[in-house]
Design a protein around this ligand. Structure first.
Ligand code: COA
Length: 445
C-alpha cells in the first residue's frame, strides 16, 4: 500500500502543478475573450475545448465567448434559397451584404451556433447567457450598394457584461447587434471580439480556428506587433502574387485581427488551433503556448538576480548539480555572489540563469548557466551568454572562460575555443579541481 502511494506521488509533475498555481494567481479575475470560428464547433475536440473554457470560468477567470458563424449562416441561407452572394469590402475585408430577406435566417444561424456553446457549457455546469450586449448601426450605402442589415459595432454594453461576469456567468455574443430601436444587424464576429476585448480591457484575446497545415510555413510562436506587421506584409505579398493558400490567407486574417487588438492595448493575443487537444490550457499554463502569441508588453527580460529568485534558481540548478553537470552551490553561496548572477524571466517565472565571476587578470568566468528543460532550444541559453559577455565587456574584461565537462560543443558553437588550464588566471588555477577534469573554453572579447 505504502509503496504504491510513493510511486504515485513520484509520477506527479510537480513543476507543472507549480506553474499552474503561478499562472492562476497571476491571472485570476482577469478577463479573457474567446473568438471561436464556426469550424471549431464541428471538430471532434469541441466538447473538450468548451470544457476547458468552463474550467477557467470556474477557477475565477472572467470569460466571454464570441462565436463566429460564417459557414453556418452560408449553409442556412443556401438551404432556404436566399441569395447571399452580395459582398462589400470593409477595411480590406470582404463582408457579406445581409438583405432584409436574409436577416432573420442570419439571426437563426448565429443563435444556433451560440446555443451549441450553451449546450456544452451546461454540461460543465457553468451558467451562460446569450445576450444582446452589442449596439449596432447599419453600414448604410457603400459605393452605391445598400448594405441593408449589415452592421458595425456602435457600442458594447459594458455594464451589462460586467454584471453577468461578476455573477460568474459566461456571456455569449452571437454575431448580431441591435440598433437602439431594436433593428437587428449582422456584425462581423471579429469586430465584436475586438470591441469587447478593448471595451473591457481584457488581458487576453484568444482567436481560435481550425488550422490546416500551411505549405512550407510554420507558425511563429511569439511576435511583437512590429514583427506581426512585417509578417503580414511579407506573406500578404506572397498571396497577392498568386500563391493559392487558403490556410495562409486565414492565418493572415487572424494575425491582422490580433495586431489590431494588440495595438488597441490587449497585452496578449493568442492565435491557436482549436483542433488541438487542450490547446487553450497548454497556451495559458505553459508560458510558451502552441500557437502564435502577439505580445504588446515586455514578455521576457534578462535582469539581475533578486534574493526572492533563489528558490527558482536552485530549482533550475538542482537536477544539473545532481548529475554533476554544474558544481554544487547552496543558497548562501549564491547569495554571497548575488551581483554576479543574471536571470531570464518569462511572464513572471525564471527560465534560465547564469553568472559571471571576475578572477583578475582581466578574465571572467562564465558559470552556473542553466535553462529550464521545458524551455530548451529556444535560444534562452544563448541570450544568457550574450548578456554575460556584454556584462564582461562593461567591466573591462577582455577574456571570458568557462569550465565544462559535458557542454563543450555548445560553447564551441558560440565561438569559444578550448584552451590549456595554464591560461586560467592565477587565482582560479589554484582552486581548479583536478579530479573533475573540466575542460577550459575561452572567448576573447
Ligand atoms: C547548455 C544549455 C544552457 C543550453 O540552453 P538552451 O537554452 O537550450 O540553448 P539555446 O537554445 O541557446 O541553444 C540551443 C542549441 O544548442 C544545442 N545544445 C543544447 N545543449 C547542448 C549541449 N549540452 N551540447 C551541445 N549542444 C547543445 C541545441 O542542440 C541547439 O542547437 P541548434 O541551435 O543547432 O538547434 C542547456 O542545455 C543547459 O541548461 N544545460 C545544462 C547546464 C550546462 O551544461 N551549463 C553549461 C555549463 S556552465
Amino acid at each position: 500500500m505504502n509503496s504504491n502511494h510513493s510511486r504515485e506521488t513520484q509520477s506527479i509533475p510537480v513543476d507543472l502543478i507549480r506553474e499552474v498555481f503561478n499562472y492562476q494567481s497571476r491571472f485570476e479575475g482577469s478577463t479573457m475573450v474567446f473568438k471561436i470560428d464556426y469550424p471549431v464547433t464541428e471538430a471532434s475536440g469541441f466538447p473538450g475545448l468548451v470544457k476547458d473554457i468552463a474550467l477557467l470560468a470556474q477557477t475565477g477567470f472572467k470569460v466571454i465567448i464570441v462565436p463566429g458563424a460564417k459557414e453556418n449562416i452560408d449553409a442556412v441561407l443556401k438551404q432556404n434559397n436566399i441569395d447571399s452572394s452580395g459582398c462589400i469590402n470593409v477595411q480590406d475585408f470582404p463582408v457579406r451584404v445581409t438583405t432584409s430577406q436574409a436577416i432573420s435566417f442570419v439571426e437563426m444561424a448565429a443563435f444556433d451556433v451560440a446555443s451549441r456553446f450553451m449546450t456544452f457549457l451546461s454540461g460543465s455546469r457553468v451558467d451562460a447567457v446569450i445576450g444582446n450586449f452589442v449596439r449596432a448601426r447599419g453600414l448604410g450605402v457603400i459605393n452605391g450598394v445598400d448594405t441593408g442589415h449589415t452592421g458595425t459595432v456602435d457600442k458594447i454594453y459594458a455594464e451589462s457584461l460586467w454584471r453577468v461576469l461578476n455573477l460568474g456567468m459566461i456571456p455569449i455574443l452571437p454575431c448580431i447587434g441591435w440598433s437602439p430601436s431594436g433593428k437587428p444587424y449582422n456584425v462581423q464576429s471579429d469586430e465584436i471580439a475586438l470591441a469587447v476585448s478593448t471595451t473591457l480591457k481584457a488581458e487576453k484575446l484568444y482567436i481560435i480556428s481550425v488550422h490546416s497545415q500551411s505549405d512550407g510555413f510554420s507558425l511563429p510562436a511569439r511576435l511583437t506587433p512590429q514583427e506581426a506587421d512585417a509578417l503580414i506584409a511579407i506573406k500578404g505579398n506572397i498571396l497577392q502574387n498568386g500563391a493559392e493558400n487558403a490556410c495562409l490567407g486565414q492565418y493572415l486574417r487572424e494575425l491582422k485581427l490580433g495586431l489590431k487588438a494588440s495595438r488597441a492595448g490587449i497585452h496578449r493575443v493568442h492565435i491557436i488551433d482549436g483542433k488541438e487537444e487542450g490547446a487553450v490550457l497548454k497556451d495559458l499554463f505553459s508560458n510558451i503556448g502552441t500557437g502564435t502569441m502577439i505580445y504588446a508588453d515586455e514578455y521576457d527580460s534578462i535582469r539581475a538576480l533578486h534574493s526572492r529568485d533563489l528558490p527558482d534558481v536552485l530549482r533550475l540548478m538542482e537536477p544539473l548539480m545532481q548529475e554533476g553537470i554544474l558544481i554544487r552551490r547552496n543558497a548562501s553561496q549564491i547569495l554571497e555572489k548575488k551581483d554576479d548572477y543574471i536571470v531570464l524571466e518569462i511572464d513572471g517565472s525564471i527560465r534560465a540563469c547564469g553568472a559571471l565571476h571576475e578572477w583578475g587578470d582581466n578574465q571572467g568566468e562564465i558559470a552556473a548557466v542553466a535553462t529550464d528543460p521545458q524551455h530548451a532550444q529556444l535560444g534562452l541559453g544563448r541570450r544568457i551568454i550574450g548578456c554575460l559577455v556584454e556584462k564582461a565587456r562593461k567591466s573591462k574584461i577582455n577574456r571570458v572562460f568557462v569550465l565544462t565537462t559535458q557542454t563543450q560543443d555548445w560553447f564551441e558553437s558560440l565561438g569559444f575555443k578550448e584552451a590549456p588550464v595554464e591560461t586560467l588566471p592565477e587565482q582560479k588555477r589554484r582552486v581548479y579541481d583536478q579530479t573533475r577534469k573540466s575542460k577550459v573554453f575561452t572567448l576573447e572579447i
